[in-house]
Each structure stands twice: as C-alpha cells, then as structure tokens.
Design a protein around this ligand. Structure first.
Ligand code: ATP
Length: 270
C-alpha cells in the first residue's frame, strides 16, 4: 500500500508502567526526508524509536510505517517490516571476531539467499559509500571509533532499508569523525533514497542536515518545523534548546535563596 508518509504517528500514548511517557504524540515524516527528534534527557526519544520499530507497543494511538500499522502486526509481519528498517544505535557494536567485510556481509547472509558473488558486490558498494572499501580486511579492534561507526552504518544499510533510525549516532566521536558522519548520513539518505530519523543531543550537527525537526517535552511534540522555522520560534524554551543556551526558561541555577542572603548568613541555621 502506498503511503503519503514514511512514518505517521497519531495520538500516541505510552508508559512503561509508571507515569506515562507519551500523552498524545503526533508526527508525520515525509518520505525521503531527514528528520531530527530532539528534547531533554528522559523525554522518550529512544522509546519513540522503539515504538516505530515495533519493539514495544503503545497503550493507544497509531504508528504507521510505510502505511502499515505497526502496533497490531504479528511476529512474522514485524520481522518482515524490520528488514525495511535500518537501525544505527550507539550501542550497536560490530562483531569483534568478524572482519569489516564479514560484518557488512552478515545481514545479507542472514536475511537473503544471494550468492557470495552478489554479496561481494553489495558489500563493496556499501563500504565504498562510507569510504572504507580499502579497510575490508581489518578487524574491528584495528579501527578508530569513527571508522567503526562508519562500518556499523554500512552494515545497517546493507539490506537497503527504506527507513533508517539513528539513536545518538555522533556520541563519542571527535569533531572530524562527527563531521564525516553528519555528512555521510545526509548523503546516504539521498543516494539510497531512504528516509532518516535521527535522535541526538548534538543539536547543531543534527539540525544542519535535517529537513524537519521535532521537539519532544512533557509527553508531546511541543514544536515541529523546518530548522529555519524552529530558529524563528516565538518560544523562548525552543530557542534556548536549539541555541544550547545555558540560561532561559530552563534555569541555570537550581532554586536557591538569594546568594546575598546566604553570604550574609541570613536564614542559615548552621
Ligand atoms: N525498559 C524500560 N523500563 C522502564 N522504564 C524505562 C525503560 N526504558 C526507558 N525507561 C524510562 O523511560 C523514560 C524515557 O526514556 P528514553 O530512553 O526513551 O528517553 P530519551 O529521551 O531517549 O533519554 P536520553 O536523551 O537520556 O537518551 C525515562 O524516564 C527512562 O528512565
């Protein structure tokens, strides 16, 4: 079934058992776009990716991926759907006992019946796309952190997913590797005709390649728009968040009595 939206979320509510994490989330991700999901720690960004991937089910609401309702899919259909979803998570380590080549070949050998000759073409193509065709014989222990993340990216797109989900893809990277990854994510999205959703605390880098960004807070999407629209937002909170400003509606200072009073010992018991 053709879908106007790569991912469409409507009136989503979810909680792990305690307080609800989502209370009416709506989101519409256009095919071919790069979208950023941002928000303070603990607002549920990773949880939202898990709901999109069908790893967890919401209490109510709808999550459609390429027109398919994920929340009611059975195991077999979910398995099929996941082949269309690529995931690059911060914790997604490489198999340490497999070479770079075999790491990228792994999903192809696992999920397809392609011959080794075809698999070789595909692996070399993906490694070329991330600039590491020449590193195919290396073992993961011989790679820098940036190279390892790029191999993981090549592995994540090995099956040509329609949608790529990234969870904190830049964490732990030096500025050069981060710049390479940022550009790569955008280029791969466009070259492979994917849709990408990125959860990241690296606001400036993520926004620099995003077509659209969602800010999550308090169980909802508090603001959504193009980076330019968000930068021009009337909300002081949004501007503070996007500009990484230390002070604003989210105060720098934990609530405390006036400093002068404390220095002078007023109201201090000990
Ligand atoms: N498996 C789980 N069981 C119970 N609670 C969980 C589970 N996973 C996450 N949580 C809680 O759900 C809330 C949202 O977590 P989540 O990791 O989705 O947030 P996040 O926005 O991705 O955070 P961060 O930016 O710090 O990575 C947090 O309060 C977290 O403690």
């Amino acid at each position: 079934m053709a879908a106007d939206e790569a991912v469409a979320i409507r009136d989503l509510t979810f909680g792990y058992g305690g307080d609800p994490i989502f209370d009416g989330v709506d989101m519409a991700v256009a095919p071919g776009s790069v979208s950023a999901i941002m928000g303070p720690s603990g607002t549920g960004k990773t949880t939202l990716l898990r709901l999109i991937g069908g790893q967890i089910r919401p209490q109510s609401g709808s999550v459609r991926v390429e027109g398919q309702e994920v929340t009611t899919l059975g195991r077999r259909s979910l398995f099929e759907l996941r082949k269309r979803l690529g995931m690059l998570f911060q914790s997604g380590a490489l198999f340490t006992d497999l070479s770079v080549y075999d790491n990228v070949a792994f999903p192809l050998r696992e999920h397809t019946r392609l011959s080794e000759r075809v698999i070789r073409q595909l692996v070399l193509l993906k490694l070329e796309a991330v600039g590491l065709r020449g590193a195919r014989e290396l073992m993961p222990a011989e790679l820098s952190g940036g190279m390892a993340r790029r191999v993981a990216l090549a592995r994540a797109v090995a099956l040509d997913p329609a949608i790529m989900l990234y969870d904190e893809p830049f964490t732990g990277q030096d500025p050069i590797s981060m710049g390479v990854l940022v550009t790569l994510i955008r280029e791969l999205n466009d070259a492979l005709g994917m849709t990408s959703i990125i959860v990241s605390h690296d606001v400036a880098e993520t926004v620099s390649i995003a077509d659209y960004a969602y800010l999550l807070a308090g169980g909802r999407v508090t603001e959504a728009g193009t980076p330019a629209e968000l930068q021009a937002s009337e909300s002081a909170w949004t501007r503070q968040f996007l500009g990484a400003l230390p002070d604003g509606p989210v105060p720098f200072h934990y609530p405390a009595p006036p400093f002068r009073e404390e220095l002078l010992g007023k109201g201090v018991r000990s």
